[in-house]
Design a protein around this ligand. Structure first.
Ligand SMILES: [Zn+2]
Length: 350
């Protein structure tokens, strides 16, 4: 700091033309720093192998686009700054992805994303799911404790996207006639488990079809809840059965349904209620209205995005687009086109 103070104090003794040339020099230096930030940020991440995390790496020529390649002396793999990131194998520069992300977050149509970024609609679709699929990791290692409200919500199953070009796919049910009422048939709907920690974090994931059974609950909560957790849930049998077999305390409260004339408000047992998770459900349904009915095979990706937004919205001055860009750039892995196309029509975790 000594040198800084000297310069700072000495500047006060300069005349106006000297000050002006100092100011010009400062702007010039700032511009250089800004111009180099993008590249140096990418390159500065390369301190370990992007595959095995060994620090025994060495420069290994350039790839066909002139990008620096590295080789790991431990595992032998070669990589660039975008290997094992969402942009791996992308023909587009990271800048195009950077342009795409705000459009994704604004929930723009694939057509609009495609035309604004100069990519095809199919690429816009694949990028959407490459990015949203990776957001699943944001929920891993997010433990919950204290009072946690847990409740499932249901979405009609859509086999959209499975029919064309697939020789194997056979529609597993009769097509619904337009206008028929499928409400109330939980056994044939996709179950999205949600949990809200009173301390702030939320969780959400597609578990399968029908109400959550013990296996699904074990998948969702087995490693997620710390020992001091008190789970508040509705009076489902399987919930009681599952939590009886754990050392997590369970408080069951009546289901959250409010009758149409609003005469029976949700049951509230002091602090043990499901209002926060029900509000989350309501906000998620509103969020999903922007997408005109998504295929069940991709429903979890939209859950990922929504939960990611919820978990980051309390951070002060957060720039969501930048945050998302950096997180997929440093994702450590990527989804291949096959990983996206070949998702089973009905996801089932257990
Ligand atoms: Zn390695």
């Amino acid at each position: 700091m000594g040198r800084f103070n000297t310069v700072y104090n000495e500047i006060g003794n300069l005349n106006s033309s000297e000050l002006k040339s100092i100011a010009d020099r400062i702007f010039e230096l700032l511009q250089q720093v800004e111009d180099s930030t993008e590249e140096s940020f990418q390159e500065s991440q390369i301190v370990t192998c992007r595959k095995c995390e060994s620090s025994q790496i060495a420069k290994f020529g350039k790839d066909k686009n002139g990008k620096q390649r590295y080789r790991c002396r431990s595992c032998g793999c070669t990589f660039t700054s975008t290997s094992f990131s969402a942009f791996a194998h992308s023909h587009c520069a990271p800048d195009v992805w950077k342009k795409y992300i705000p459009l994704l977050l604004s929930r723009c149509s694939l057509e609009k994303c495609a035309s604004e970024c100069g990519i095809s609609v199919r690429t816009a679709f694949l990028w959407r799911h490459k990015i949203l699929g990776l957001l699943q990791r944001d929920q891993e290692n997010r433990f919950m404790s204290g009072i946690v409200e847990a409740d499932d919500m249901f979405f009609s199953v859509s086999y959209k996207g499975n029919h064309t070009k697939s020789k194997k796919f056979v529609m597993p049910r009769e097509a619904f006639k337009r206008g028929t009422d499928n409400a109330g048939k939980l056994g044939s709907k996709a179950c999205v488990m949600c949990a809200v920690e009173r301390k702030g974090h939320v969780y959400g994931e597609v578990l399968g079809i029908g109400a959550a059974n013990c296996d699904m609950l074990a998948y969702a909560f087995g490693d997620r809840l710390l020992e001091d957790t008190i789970v508040v849930a509705d009076k489902a049998h399987s919930t009681k059965k599952y939590f009886d077999g754990t050392n997590i305390e369970l408080v069951q409260t009546a289901a959250h349904t409010i009758s149409k004339d609003n005469t029976s408000p949700p049951e509230i047992k002091g602090v043990y209620h499901l209002q926060n998770v029900n509000n989350l459900h309501r906000r998620f349904r509103t969020f999903m209205r922007n997408y005109n009915g998504v295929a069940t095979k991709y429903l979890n990706n939209y859950v990922n995005l929504y939960i990611w937004l919820e978990n980051h919205k309390k951070e002060k001055n957060i720039d969501f687009a930048n945050e998302l860009y950096n997180s997929i750039k440093l994702s450590g892995s990527y989804l291949r086109v096959e990983d996206i196309i070949n998702v089973p029509p009905i996801p089932c975790v257990a």
